[in-house]
Ligand binder design. Sequence first.
Ligand SMILES: Cc1cc2nc3c(=O)[nH]c(=O)nc-3n(C[C@H](O)[C@H](O)[C@H](O)COP(=O)(O)O)c2cc1C
Length: 199
Amino acid sequence: MENESKHRLAVIVGSVREGRFGPVVASWVAEQARSHGGFEVEVVDLAEVELPLALPAMPPKLAGADYPRPAGMAALTAALEAADGFIVVTPEYNHSYPAALKAAIDWHFTQWAAKPVAFVSYGGGAGGRHAVLHLENVFSELHAVTIRDGLAFPNYFTAWRDGRPLSDEPAGYAKTMLDQLAWWSGALRAAREASPYPA
Ligand SMILES: Cc1cc2nc3c(=O)[nH]c(=O)nc-3n(C[C@H](O)[C@H](O)[C@H](O)COP(=O)(O)O)c2cc1C
């Protein structure tokens, strides 16, 4: 597939914690997406973004293009704006997802609307599924389309070695997720180009 016909995919590293495992998972996910062939992949690491918790007075939904974001957030905003679809890589913190990820979500609105979002989670016994359930709710408020098939890695500390899962099965699940994400990325991009989404 030529580059211009590929879907632009942002793989978001949702954890910014010191000593985090998130970049290992995100890098493997990005590798799966690149070898899938349907995507032009960018890894977006929230640890590199200026992400204050205090938001401006006006919600981004109402402020539109004039929303006053910090200079250190510009690269994130541009990456989200350009993306046709997203994979959010998230750990589970106290049965939900990290605060930095919520901040990144809340600082934006149109950048998510009418675009597909898939999830890859990891954690203890539940594999981060609680975090994903919360994220699905949040993204539906942002008019995003959540992808049914994602990946969850329970007890990742024993299930991964040298930057990859010990089992071959996750690569198959990743293919299913990426096929669905590619379909929605193309369908929603065409729909957005045909007429502006009425968010
Ligand atoms: C504040 C905090 C809360 C956590 N809560 C959960 C939890 O509710 N469920 C779970 O499976 N793991 C939980 N964990 C363990 C994380 O899944 C594990 O530390 C993982 O490595 C976090 O991802 P990260 O290394 O990318 O930050 C928690 C970790 C932290 C730091």
